[in-house]
Design a protein around this ligand. Structure first.
Ligand SMILES: [Zn+2]
Ligand SMILES: [Zn+2]
Length: 306
């Protein structure tokens, strides 16, 4: 390993796309500066905002919480317990321990208490677990942030996540999703502002930051995410990145800079409040309330059968 570019210490990480070797201290500094620069470049939030980080217990969400806390932002956490056995129990424990360590609040929402756990909902619906889970996470993130008075929601999506989604949307030319792919989703229509401060750091860089910061995070992926197409796209992108470092960053940033502005931005989604819960939706009743109704119906049917 080369020497750190900033001091004479031995480097602990080499970043090929930036042609930079750094020691532990200077790597942590580099990472936090990069997060702060991303926050400022995309005007995500300021030090006055009350920020809520959606944490899963993994390296990215705990890492972004740590970095924003270290940079002096007012950030609390939100953990949504999905009820996926030991995986959820362990993640909640680690998220709680981390919140205690930095002395910030962690809010916990349990899907089981609010609707039903993911294994039950997956039985009910013939949809991939990740898609049900995504819908519910977005719903409870927004609802909780509003209820508790937070002005911004932060998620831990990194450059690899964003590239995988971009690749999927490009392969099927899904213009509607491409238009929405941006590090900031503005507030309005009942939605709290949502931002992704890790969108310009790779998965490896994020893992290294969590590790060098001494964060105790969950290493296992969600057991339901196995076989998701996004994992294949990530592997493909990483292969290209290995051959020519900087590809991921270029793919994502040039899309944001050059392509996205050319897409006609249709802002009118015909959003209206859900007739049951009042959250924004494009139909009369939102998808979470419809899910809840199906759950009630299936319980009633089961009672009839016995
Ligand atoms: Zn150094
Ligand atoms: Zn609803």
């Amino acid at each position: 390993m080369r020497k750190c570019a900033k001091c004479s210490e031995k480097g602990v990480i080499y970043l090929p796309q930036h042609r930079l070797a750094l020691c532990k201290t200077h790597y942590l500094e580099w990472f936090e500066n990069r997060v702060e620069k991303t926050v400022k470049t995309f005007s995500m939030f300021s030090k006055k905002d009350d920020i809520l980080v959606a944490v899963s217990g993994g390296k990215d969400s705990l890492g972004v919480w740590h970095a924003l806390w270290a940079l002096g932002y007012k950030v609390d956490g939100l953990y949504i317990n999905l009820g996926i056995g030991e995986y959820s129990e362990l993640s909640e424990k680690k998220a709680k321990a981390f919140a205690d360590k930095i002395g910030r609040k962690l809010h916990v929402v349990s899907l089981k208490e609010n609707i039903a756990d993911i294994p039950t909902l997956k039985e009910l619906q013939d949809r991939p677990a990740c898609s049900i889970c995504g819908t519910l996470k977005r719903y409870y993130m927004n609802l909780t942030a509003k209820k508790l008075g937070y002005s911004v929601i932060v998620t831990g999506h990194n450059l690899d996540d964003e590239c995988a989604v971009l690749m999927g949307n490009v392969l099927s030319w899904n213009i509607e999703y491409l238009v929405r792919q941006y590090p900031v989703l503005e507030e309005g229509n009942g939605f709290v502002r949502k931002v992704k401060p890790l969108c310009l750091v790779s998965e490896k860089e994020s893992a290294m930051y969590a590790f060098l910061s001494g964060i105790d995070f969950v290493e296992d992926e969600c057991p339901y995410s196995v076989g998701a197409s996004s994992i294949n796209y990530k592997l493909l992108m990483s292969k290209i990145e290995e051959e020519s470092p900087g590809t991921k960053l270029r793919f994502y940033l040039e899309f944001i800079r050059k392509v996205r502005p050319m897409l006609a931005i249709k802002k009118d989604l015909h959003l209206r409040p859900c007739q049951v819960c009042g959250e924004p939706t494009t139909s009369d009743v939102c998808s979470v309330c419809r899910l809840r109704m199906r759950l009630e119906n299936s319980k009633a049917e089961m009672r009839r059968d016995f």
